[in-house]
Design a protein around this ligand. Structure first.
Ligand code: DC
Length: 225
């Protein structure tokens, strides 16, 4: 789908478990756009820092490693595959150890600046749906369509439990609610590009909507062809 012969940018932001990635992926597929899950880049960076014992090191030390963190996002069988320094880490970056550490990693100034730079560059290559926390505010402030997708904490915990079940990890709903609230707090209170609704974004609460209904709502906000 082409829109006014230019790269059409859709920014999809929202808290963890709001359904962003599922929606963004399906939306991109429906429209024939590239899909980018920006959170995967912060997750891959977290994995790199853990594997190289850098998690507790100084910001300066971490910064000096940024260029060595090569992240490639590829599409395979309509899924996003995440390659970290030539290794497929698609599943590994979804595990609990990454969930627990990624908010702290993604609140670091140098890491954010580097990732936002990389994300802007990906956006130069064609029409795109990118999901994250700061896409409408920092990555594509001039996006053609900005959606802020949200859902109740309880519904988000139930969704996360299903994701973890697919990875054969057992975590209780109570614990997941705690983890999600903790991540929301860190994501929304960090100094740089906190999770926040931009003035010009359309808010959709997905708690009581099916995936199909969310998609229909989003498409209805796009200019008709
Ligand atoms: O969407 P997710 O749960 O995979 O995101 C993982 C973490 O990365 C989350 O704690 C917030 C952070 N993140 C961010 O700060 N900015 C983005 N654009 C995307 C994710």
């Amino acid at each position: 789908m082409k829109h006014q012969n230019k790269n059409y940018q859709i920014a999809l932001d929202g808290p963890a478990g709001s359904g962003k990635s599922t929606i963004a992926k399906l939306l991109a597929r429906k429209l024939g756009f590239t899909y980018v899950d920006s959170g995967a880049m912060y997750r891959a960076t977290t994995l790199y820092l853990i594997e190289n014992n850098l998690l507790d090191k100084s910001d300066k030390m971490i910064s000096s490693h940024l260029k060595k963190i090569k992240i490639n996002l590829k599409e395979r069988k309509q899924c996003q595959i995440v390659i970290l320094n030539n290794k497929d880490v698609t599943r590994e970056i979804r595990t609990s150890i990454i969930n627990r550490n990624v908010s702290n990693v993604s609140s670091k100034k140098e890491i954010r600046e580097e990732m936002v730079k990389r994300q802007k560059k990906i956006g130069e290559n064609g029409s795109i749906v990118m999901d994250g926390r700061d896409i409408g505010t920092a990555v594509f402030p001039n996006a053609d369509l900005k959606i802020y997708l949200t859902a109740s904490v309880y519904i988000r915990a139930i969704r996360r439990k299903k994701d973890l079940k697919d990875l054969s990890e057992k975590v209780s709903i109570k614990e997941l609610i705690k983890q999600i609230q903790r991540r929301d707090d860190i994501d929304s209170s960090r100094e740089i590009s906190p999770l926040s609704k931009s003035q010009d974004s359309i808010v959709i609460d997905s708690s009581n909507l099916t995936i199909k209904e969310v998609l229909e709502q989003i498409v209805s906000f796009m200019p008709s062809q």
